[in-house]
Design a protein around this ligand. Sequence first.
Ligand SMILES: *Cc1c(COP(=O)(O)O)cnc(C)c1O
Length: 436
Amino acid sequence: MTDALRFVSTRAGSAPVTISEAIRRGLAPDGGLYMPTRLPAVDVGALRDAAGLPAVARGALAGFFAEDPLQPQLGGIVEAALDLPAPTTAVGAARDRLFVLELYHGPTAAFKDFGARFLAETLARLESSAPRPLPHMVGTAGDTRGAVAAAFHRRAWARVVILYPKGLVSPRQEQQLTCWGDNVLSLRIDGTFDDCQRLAKEAFLDAQLSGRHRLSSANSINIGRLLPQMAYYAASSMQVERLTGAKACYVIPAGNLGNAFAAVWARALGFPIERIVLAHNANRTVPDFLESGQWRPRPSIATLASAMDVGNPSNMERIRAQYPTLHAVRAQLRADSVDDAAIRARIAADFARYGRVWCPHTATAAEVYERLPPQERHEHPWVLVATAHAAKFNEIVEPIIGRQVPVPQSLERLLRMPRHVRDLPATLAAVGGALE
Ligand SMILES: *Cc1c(COP(=O)(O)O)cnc(C)c1O
């Protein structure tokens, strides 16, 4: 007999809920993030022969959904959401035991596709059993917006609202934010990134607007985006162990720490992961915390690895809830920070050495790996986590390597679709009007 898991807020001020309810709500009513009261047991040995990511995901996630109304549907959810390639491939010579976990083969060529698609499939089943006004998934940050738009596009029970600042995203990025139409509303704001964040926040806080349109944040605070990310660490670490006979260490490009936290959980569930090292860009909040013990969130700094421009990483609240002392956090995670010059140099160096083209985010991981003590690099198999395809950041990468980056088919499709966009001033009234 398995008991149902309960999910509680990191701020301990909200009643425990089921996994269905935690996913439906996103944020807990007290403003905290949902966490399970314990981690379920997973029979890792039984999953060693599982073929494909959906099968691994089903085994790794089953305990989280035990006794939940979604439990009988978990198989269908992971089949529909996670049937994406996520290969762990070798870099350089086999004896180097250096690998890349390629998370950029989904529809928007970044790892956020895994979480966004799982969330969409989960909500599709929850919404159909409880007809209510359409939920509006709101995205303002990085390439979450594109992944959420792709995952929710043409789902009649939802709308997606995307805000982005006019003139401040590259043409190719803008295309990925505006190529949807139908139930996706792309709003080009006459303002800055901070204006977009502020407008989204004001919309959530506006009781009338938020209630009337069931506004829901699509960022990585939702536990429905974290859970499926464990699946690729589970599958990848078992593969590396099969190949090398040793537990894998991961270097993870980190912003809000959603991807990294999934790796921490995968290890806690028993998957063969040795070390987890975070690669940050010039936004040093986490490396500084691990060094000094002082948690000092700060405004973000713009860098080449823009999807990681985060000064107050939201999932740190989960990490600190699970590992309350500095000592305990340090036992889980290390972190380093890489500036833009080092990102550029690493893209050039690894293209010359391996013929591999990193996106600026992946390059932070490659650089942090290079800075590890040589002995540590040789002692273990290491896996760089590639969070996006370089073709998404062609305007940065191509001048560095001196040639064009071939565009993967998935992205090519988006680049050919017609644009749908509305121009708005940076006011709450204008955004409210557009939602009508
Ligand atoms: C979002 C993102 C990151 C950071 O992931 P977090 O889960 O926020 O830490 C890294 N790289 C890319 C390409 C991203 O889109």
